[in-house]
Design a protein around this ligand. Sequence first.
Ligand code: PEP
Ligand code: MG
Length: 754
Amino acid sequence: MTQAPSLSGARMLLKRLRNVMARGGAAQLRLDQTVKLIAAEMVAEVCSIYLLRAGEVLELFATEGLKKEAVHKTRLRVGEGLVGDIASHARPLALADAQHHPQFAYRPETGEEIFQSLMGVPILRAGRVIGVLVIQNRTRRQYSEEEIETLETVAMVLAELAAGGELVSQEELRPGDGIALLPLRLDGVTFCPGLAKGVAVLHQATLQLQQLVAEDPEREAERLTGALEELHSSIDQLLDAGDLGQGEHFEVLETYRLFAQDQGWRSRMLEAVQSGLTAEAAVQKVQNDTRARMRDVTDPYLRERLSDLDDLANRLLRHLLGADAPGARRLPEEAIVVARSMGPAELLDYDRTRLKGLVLEEGSQNAHVAIVARALDIPVIGRCADLMQKVGEGDPLVIDGDNEQLFIRPADDILQTFAESMRQRVMKRAAFAALRDLPAVTLDGVKVDLNINAGLLMDVPQIAATGAAGIGLYRTEIPFMISHEYPEVARQTEIYRKVLDGAGDRPVVFRTLDIGSDKVLPYWNRAPEENPAMGWRAIRIALDRPAMLRQQLRAMLNAADGRRLQVMFPMVTEIAEFDSCRRLLEREVARRKAAGLALPEPLLLGAMVEVPALLWQLPELVARVDFLSVGSNDLQQFLFAADRDNPAAAGRYDTLAPAMLRALAEVARVANAAGKPVGLCGEMAGDPIAAMALLCLGYRALSMSPPRVLPMRAAIRNLNFGRLMAYWQAVRHLDGATLRGALLDYALDHNVPL
Ligand code: PEP
Ligand code: MG
């Protein structure tokens, strides 16, 4: 009769294991002693260790109880047999009658036919399976939960021995997908275009744990509790730091804090400590288990929670080890950061002189980190499935943002092609740069204002670098998003002043906060919304929390200090909303006046046209505003009812489809008739083909991401507007289809650079 090892038995086993590990000698020898020891302690006739080799093959590395000749001979593919099944699902298996299991794969060389029951657990490292640990019994044995736990704990210690590089080379242990050392290509979605070459730097790379088995569980429990306390108070500090506004920002970071205080998490870690692991190893084990359990979860909400848990576990480990944040480490000369997902501030932690690109497993085009990366002008590819499993630290990578691809360990031909593309790009850039000081005017004299969209102070020098007319859209929410706390009036004033100073005599359009939707403030914990893009966002929040908008307007007035000020309100849906925003501004102006402070000259007020409801209120709107700016990103998503962040929906409808063109035509017609300047600041403004359509519709001001300005200037300077307009008149009624094809033909026929 076999019996489960008690808790102290598990501890004893770990202790003995530690002695084996500490003895030194060849890793293979230690592995052989380990299986003997585990078999004896777990009262099993067999204990075997399989390790993953290149090509997704699990090789028997050591065994007690099976035939020794089978060692290094028996190989199973991941997914093959019970051992392969444990590896492919990254979960334990305990079977009293293993031989009759449909997955059982008989290997005569092992002599395992006499063993009826089997229990195996994955050997995990950093959430990845690197092997399988198995015990077998001759009789039908029901393995208990506790025994599974014990074997998992042992597997964790073995993971470190296996990862040491002596048994299987580090190269082979790198994550792969059946061709671990061969080049791989992953498709993703380009968040920021461009090319980059460098070596992989894994964000939140696994911290190296030196000590896994503990002498004194009580002390480890104390260390863990102490570190948890530190973690809680550091989160509390974040929560309580600074002025969180008018008391509206209660429950900031609350979800995160609740996770940190989760009793289940704590007790799972304490349990692992009781079984003989060090505090660090316990944190890692619980994190490994959670990751493995959630491996196949695709629900975006749960995946977000998983990254919260990953983040917490890493923070806790850093508290235990006294380690720095991942972005603080020294980078290789050309680094490409690889992450599952990342916050915008985390990206800024990295040394910008060495950071050449970013690859994300998740994320979206408009994710904050993508916005920051665009400001840094580094190529970003996101939504690369299984990225973290396929890239290892130090892997050479090439990002091809133009073709939405990532090359892992690229072969020579790819590297050569890459070098050639890079060379051409540098030449093209030089040619564009020569255009910087030339006006954006068509061959027949139509002048177009090319502005930049900005959101960070570091964007502002792009005005000079591109020769832009000014900032057509300053997204004020970006500084709010990357800040750890709500910026007070003084802080906001300082930011806006620097923007105005940096722009000099070029105009800047400040858009008031457009938070909500995908733009979340880290310190503002809002109730989740079913449809945040159509929910409580932008001026809807501002009008419900007028103090916030007033503070922002006050900061803008302070910053302008008598200079020109242009303010624009996002997501205006009804005329009354614009009126209410204006009244709030007037109150701030009156307040300044009463204080004898300088008033902006001129003070211009605009509205964004991005909610289709406004299309039927244009006459009333233009009567009130000083200028209009079309937010085509939102206008398009609402017009087509197609989520801009969802590639399955967003890519379906073209910006040059008739519905969109008619809406755009109407806005320009009404604004131009009233003599009110009208521009467009969505993504389409940076696309030369779309810009050709916009010129024909009557737009003369475009605002785009900075890297688009020089190519756009080149396109405009090669256009004859009169001829384009004649062509437009002929094709614009093409039945029901997008005009993109027709305009592309024109551009190609007339040497318009694209
Ligand atoms: C838009 O909606 O087109 C726009 C410019 O604003 P944002 O992308 O910030 O929503
Ligand atoms: Mg918008």
